[in-house]
Write a new protein. Structure first.
Length: 401
């Protein structure tokens, strides 16, 4: 026996048509409600909360009407409790969605900034200084890839004495910059300052001294102005003049440079604390990173923004590492172990971790300003008491062509 097919337009088609119409109506209603809520969430926060308040007042009025009838008192009490729960949930939902929206927009902006940085790196590489590289990024990539999945290194020659390497890592999510400086280059000068009555910006310091690259120094006890150095007081010598010395019994690591800029690293654990007799420039750090080619002991677990200064075995190459952190959609930061592991991939023999966190920043003349994204207020530079920079005088730039 064959199956009888309903004739279009017959009564057999009516239930299906009605069901489809009801389903479409429900879907349309849901879509409309969702679209309306999304539009409401785009309003200023006070406007959204005002809408919630108006709804709450309407429900309170309804509850008050119900409470007038003795048989509905329990219902009114239940509605009041439900209203409180609803209001708390609504406010939390609104705030959560607004915060998520802000984070999403910041993530897009940071991604666009990273893409712009890569494009600028390409442009500088094509039009920049042509000379043998100061660092072998191919060898470093091969050495570090097993430890840092998704590692990408891109090098650009900033001038005759400085290479800048942009670092991008997928695991952990990290964006960083590494400046490599040939300390033997004729005409190279080191710039260090110490303004202990007030803090200044690294960018202002770099522009005032004509730096090729510059990093932050010590911010002291807190981000506040005039907060004092507290325990973070170390050895500081500028062009042969001793401006500050570490406190007795509170040793801090330091880098010492002679008149020819040859560097020596003295760890906080070194028993001999006397400044080298030939020290012409000296700047201190906070923590030992690498001592005689070996990673120092310390607290290794927390991912943070990092500012690190290091040298090779001969003291003729300087490494300035700046790692962004506290930016979950862009860069988590390095643990101390990851910091030292990364630097060992570039054959760093001695290194110290300087003031970091919100202070972390690196200025590069080739890019016209701060190249990283400090963690304070979505990229705002933090002032510090000291700074360190590298200067290449015009005669050296001429000789290097």
């Amino acid at each position: 026996m064959g199956v009888v097919q309903p004739v279009p337009g017959s009564a057999a088609m009516v239930p299906m048509v009605v069901a489809e119409s009801v389903g479409d109506a429900v879907n349309f209603l849901i879509d409309s409600v969702v679209a309306t809520l999304e539009r409401l969430l785009e309003l200023p926060l006070f406007g959204v909360l005002l809408c919630v308040a108006v709804l709450a007042l309407g429900l309170l009025w309804l509850i008050a009407r119900l409470a007038r009838h003795p048989e509905r008192v329990r219902l009114a009490a239940g509605l009041r409790f439900g209203l409180v729960v609803l209001l708390v949930a609504a406010v939390l939902f609104v705030v959560d969605r607004r915060v998520a929206g802000v984070q999403e927009r910041l993530g897009r902006l940071r991604q666009q900034a990273s893409q712009s940085t890569l494009a600028l790196l390409d442009a500088i590489t094509r039009s920049g200084v042509q000379r043998p590289p100061l660092v072998d990024v191919v060898a470093a990539q091969a050495a570090l890839a097993p430890h840092f999945p998704g590692l990408r290194l891109q090098r650009v020659a900033c001038d005759a004495a400085t290479d800048l390497v942009h670092v991008n890592i997928e695991q952990p999510l990290v964006d960083a910059w590494l400046a490599v400086v040939d300390l033997r280059h004729e005409g190279l000068e080191l710039a260090i300052d110490g303004q202990f009555d007030d803090k200044t910006f690294t960018s202002d310091f770099a522009l005032a001294h004509g730096c090729t690259v510059a990093i932050n120094g010590e911010a002291g006890n807190s981000p506040r102005p005039r907060c004092g150095l507290g325990p973070w007081r170390g050895n500081l010598v500028v062009r042969g003049e001793t401006l500050l010395q570490e406190l007795p019994g509170q040793p801090l690591p330091f880098l010492a440079f002679d008149r020819l800029n040859r560097a020596r690293f003295v760890a906080s654990t070194a028993s001999e604390r006397t400044l080298p007799a030939d020290a012409w420039n000296v700047i201190w750090g906070r923590l030992d990173g690498i001592v005689d080619g070996v990673a120092a002991d310390g607290e290794w677990r927390l991912n943070q923004p990092r500012t690190v200064m290091g040298i090779d075995r001969d003291g003729t190459r300087l490494f300035l590492l700046v790692v962004d952190g506290r930016q979950m959609q862009r860069s988590w930061g390095f643990t101390l172990r990851e910091t030292t592991q990364f630097l060992r991939g570039f054959d760093v023999h001695g290194a110290m971790l300087c003031d970091q966190g919100g202070s972390t920043c690196l200025w590069a003349a080739a890019f016209g300003g701060i190249v990283n994204v400090p963690s304070d207020d979505d990229g705002v530079e933090r002032p510090t008491y000291t700074h360190f920079g590298v200067v290449l005088r015009e005669r050296a730039a001429t000789d290097g062509r």
